[in-house]
Design a protein around this ligand. Structure first.
Ligand SMILES: [Zn+2]
Length: 241
C-alpha cells in the first residue's frame, strides 16, 4: 500500500494546487488489487492528506467486493461505513454499473443498469437516496453519476443512461437523445466482431502449433515442454473501469 501511495504522490508532484483533484476508485478485489475494502481506501486517502484527493465509488465493484448494496439494510450499512471511514463529502463521483458477478464474487464485470445481480430495485433505492443526491442539504452539490456499462448493441449506452434517469425518478426531465445516438454503430459492431473472430482463429492456430510441438517432442523422447515462442499466450484485451 505504501508503494501505491508513493506513486500517487509522485504523479501529483508538479500539479498546480488548484486545478485537479485525484479520485481513488474502489476495486472489486480481484487477485491482489488494493482498495476493495472501504477501510483501506479511507486509509489511502488519509495518507494522501495535503493533496486534493477524494474517492470515486463504483457500485459494481462495491457489490463484487462483498458490500450488499442490493438490499435496503445492506445499502444502509454500506453508506454508514462509507461515511465513517471515507466521508460521503469526499465522494464527488459514483460509477453506476450493474454487476455480472454475484455479491462477494471479487471479479470486475459490468452489466447493463438493472439487468445484473444488483438489479433495478436496488438502483432505484440507490439513485433516490438523499445522502447520495447531488443536492444540499443531505447530498453533495455537483456530485456526478457516470455509467461504464457495456455497449453490446448500438443504443445500449442510450438505454442505460435513460434507465438511470428513470430509476432516479427523473424520467420526465431526461434529455432527449440525439436521433438514436449511440457510441456504437451497426457497422462498427460488425468490424469488432470480425476482429474478434480473426483473433480467435489466430490463437487456435497457436494452440494447434503448440500441440504439434508437444507431440513431436514426445516422439523424439525429449522434454515435452513447448518452445518459448509457441507458448506465448495471445494477449487478452479487456477494458476495466
Ligand atoms: Zn469504475
Amino acid at each position: 500500500m505504501r508503494l501505491a501511495i508513493e506513486s500517487v504522490k509522485q504523479a501529483a508532484k508538479n500539479l498546480p494546487a488548484t486545478s485537479l483533484r485525484i479520485l481513488l476508485e474502489n476495486t472489486a478485489g480481484m487477485g491482489t488489487a488494493l482498495g476493495a475494502r472501504l477501510e483501506e481506501l479511507g486509509e489511502m486517502l488519509n495518507a494522501l492528506q495535503g493533496l486534493q484527493v477524494g474517492a470515486c465509488l463504483d457500485t459494481a465493484h462495491l457489490f463484487a467486493a462483498g458490500y450488499d448494496i442490493k438490499s435496503e439494510t445492506g445499502l444502509a450499512s454500506t453508506l454508514e461505513l462509507i461515511d465513517r471511514v471515507i466521508g460521503l463529502e469526499r465522494v464527488p463521483v459514483f460509477h453506476v454499473n450493474d454487476s455480472k458477478i454475484p455479491l462477494g464474487g471479487h471479479v470486475d464485470r459490468h452489466e447493463h443498469i438493472g439487468k445484473g445481480k444488483i438489479g433495478a430495485q436496488a438502483f432505484q433505492r440507490f439513485l433516490t437516496h438523499p445522502r447520495l443526491s447531488a443536492a444540499a442539504p443531505e447530498g453533495l452539490p455537483g456530485r456526478a453519476f457516470l455509467a461504464e456499462t457495456p455497449i453490446d448493441d448500438p443504443g445500449d449506452d442510450r438505454r442505460n443512461v435513460a434507465a438511470l434517469w428513470e430509476f432516479a425518478g427523473l424520467k420526465d426531465q431526461t434529455p432527449v437523445s440525439e436521433k438514436g445516438f449511440s457510441m456504437l454503430t451497426a457497422a462498427a459492431k460488425k468490424k469488432v466482431a470480425q476482429q474478434v473472430k480473426s483473433r480467435k482463429s489466430a490463437s487456435q492456430a497457436t494452440r494447434r502449433k503448440m500441440r504439434a510441438t508437444v507431440a513431436a517432442a514426445g516422439r523424439g523422447g525429449r522434454s515435452a515442454r513447448p518452445s518459448k515462442k509457441s507458448s506465448a499466450k495471445p494477449k487478452k484485451r479487456r477494458r476495466r473501469g
